[in-house]
Design a protein around this ligand. Structure first.
Ligand SMILES: [Zn+2]
Length: 233
């Protein structure tokens, strides 16, 4: 079973908890291949492991409002619509590698997950889509998931907004952050990309968006950068 360098750096007792959570995830969620795609056990385990990591200290209950994961062999086509500046709605056809439907399944491209496994980088499609699901727990995805008691909602909004504007300005001026530029799409994608990077390359987030790192650390109740750092030193 392949897992992220953060998952591998976790203390033994946390790795055991992660394995138990992964087993529960496999028991409680359903996996469906789309277009006749056949899903084997190692695919299910890989997806379950990555989906379980963000909720390791939150609990699987955070995923209670959805049960299905639909897996396409590669990118899949969806029909969407977008509103132009005059308020006119246009149909739009898009090819996606992942999608989280509110009150519906998570949809994934196996090809995209397989590519991550071959060349591990700062991308994690499963965590990205699970972050959207967490964001949707209190309504439409907007980069503002339900915070725990004691967390400062105004500080979250202010710091995420500042970081988002900083990223957008930097992209306009071709000044590059290490974060996937897709994060500049909208605040929901910003939260999802930051979440996947928080677990895959946490130092990017801590060094470039330190206030946001602190909020994510409180929200996920995990500190991946310190865990990775501790095992390296
Ligand atoms: Zn997304």
């Amino acid at each position: 079973m392949r897992s992220s360098s953060y998952a591998q750096a976790l203390p033994r007792k946390d790795q055991q908890r992660l394995r138990r959570l992964t087993a529960r995830f496999l028991r409680t969620k359903s996996f469906e291949g789309a277009n006749g795609f056949s899903i084997n056990k190692s695919m299910r385990v890989r997806i379950a492991l990555h989906a379980s990591l963000p909720v390791l200290n939150l609990g699987l209950e955070y995923y209670d409002d959805w049960i299905s994961i639909v897996i396409y062999p590669g990118d899949f086509r969806v029909q969407d619509e977008h509103m132009d500046e005059y308020g006119v709605v246009h149909p739009e056809i898009m090819d996606l590698c992942g999608q989280s439907l509110s009150q519906g399944p998570i949809v994934l491209s196996w090809e995209a997950i397989r590519e991550e496994a071959v060349a591990p980088a700062d991308h994690d499609l499963v965590i990205h889509e699970c972050a959207h699901k967490l964001d949707m727990l209190n309504g439409a995805a907007n980069g503002f998931p339900p915070l725990h008691s004691g967390m400062d909602a105004r500080a979250w909004a202010r710091d995420f907004h500042d970081a988002y504007r900083r990223l957008c300005t930097a992209l306009d001026s071709r000044d590059r952050y290490r974060l996937d530029p897709y994060a500049a799409e909208d605040p929901a994608e910003f939260f999802a990309v930051l979440s996947e990077t928080f677990f895959t390359a946490p130092h990017y987030v801590r060094e470039d968006f330190s206030a946001v790192y602190d909020h994510l650390q409180r929200f996920y109740r995990q500190d991946p950068d310190s865990v990775i750092h501790r095992t390296k030193s």
